[in-house]
Design a binder for this molecule. Structure first.
Ligand code: SF4
Length: 318
């Protein structure tokens, strides 16, 4: 049985084998980041709301944990958008805690922590991983394209409060896009902000999947070298993740579509997944059929082929 709320386990560069949880509908977000692997946000959502009943999502997670045939390192709330927009995020996390005593992570754009309710929701997680990719208003608006109600200062203050609220649990992620936020001036202003927030870990990442804007490309190798000189504490996440995305052979095609909704698959990853049950020829046929049926679309990025789910695709149970 496929749950629309849960996907994976998938390999995560930060969280090992990670079971992903979607607490809200596809592309529900208050940002429209130029590098977003889910495409542009059709309409920015600024208010929090209960999109799905907490108990339904929690039940989906419980079933996924029960049927997983491998160890799960983290249950990771991330969503097909910004998970803190789900007003019942804390309730969902509490529900998962009733049967899961492993680690839980929250991947977030970090925009709403000025709101105390959102900081309270964050308390349920072992790790909260917000984005810190700008050190000034202009770059913030250029890279994230937020609504007018959000400003760089408001978001930055929220992140400072978050660090005080849950010390020891904040792993910031800095997404760098060539020609947008990788100049020396940009990096120095980001460094100032990072120093003031004081995250417990800092990761550097770059677009590795087809972005919302075709021009949102990774910085040059030279530029990345400068980044690691300026941020010697940073951990390098600029290489694509390794490892199988899926091991469960049941309903494999449907699960691949579910993963591709959130996480576009490189061609080699899709082949690897399908070759296990179907063999190489079968994998090729299966992939071609899924593209032909409109379950997946194929996209080129940086000389590689990726497969992603069409924006309005509903998951079909087989
Ligand atoms: S990258 Fe995250 S925060 Fe940015 S638009 Fe996509 S879902 Fe929203």
């Amino acid at each position: 049985m496929i749950s629309q709320y849960v996907f994976g386990p998938v390999p995560s560069r930060r969280f090992g084998r990670s079971l992903g949880v979607n607490p809200l509908p596809r592309k529900t977000c208050n940002y429209s980041c130029i590098y977003c692997q889910l495409g542009r946000t059709p309409k920015l959502r600024t208010e929090r709301k209960e999109f799905y009943p907490a108990e339904t999502v929690v039940e989906g997670v419980r079933k996924a944990v029960e049927r997983a045939d491998e160890a799960i390192d983290y249950i990771t709330f991330m969503g097909d958008g910004e998970p803190t927009l789900a007003a019942n995020l804390g309730e969902m996390a509490e529900g998962v805690r009733t049967f899961w005593d492993g680690k839980m992570a929250l991947i977030t754009n970090g925009s709403l922590f000025y709101d105390e309710d959102v900081r309270r929701d964050a308390e349920h997680f072992d790790v909260v991983s917000p984005t810190v990719s700008a050190g000034d208003e202009r770059t913030y608006r250029l890279i994230h394209r937020p609504p007018r109600s959000l400003s760089f200062e408001k978001v930055f203050e929220g992140l400072r409060l978050l660090k005080e609220w849950i010390p020891g649990k904040v792993w910031a992620e800095m997404m760098l896009v060539g020609g947008v936020n990788d100049s020396l001036a940009s990096l120095l202003s980001i460094r100032k902000v990072v120093r003031e927030i004081g995250p417990d870990r800092l990761y550097v990442t770059v677009p590795t999947r087809p972005p919302a804007e075709a021009w949102a490309l990774p910085p040059s190798k030279e530029s990345l070298r400068r980044v690691f000189d300026l941020f010697p504490e940073a951990r390098d996440l600029t290489e694509p993740e390794e490892g199988p995305f899926l091991r469960n052979e049941e309903e494999r095609e449907a699960e691949i579509v579910q993963i591709a909704r959130n996480h576009p698959l490189r061609e080699d990853q899709a082949f690897e997944l399908l070759a296990m049950p179907f063999g190489l020829e079968g994998a090729r046929d299966s992939l071609a059929r899924m593209v032909q049926d409109g379950k997946l679309i194929s996209v080129q990025f940086e000389g590689r082929t990726f497969f992603q789910a069409p924006a309005d695709k509903k998951i079909r149970k087989r």
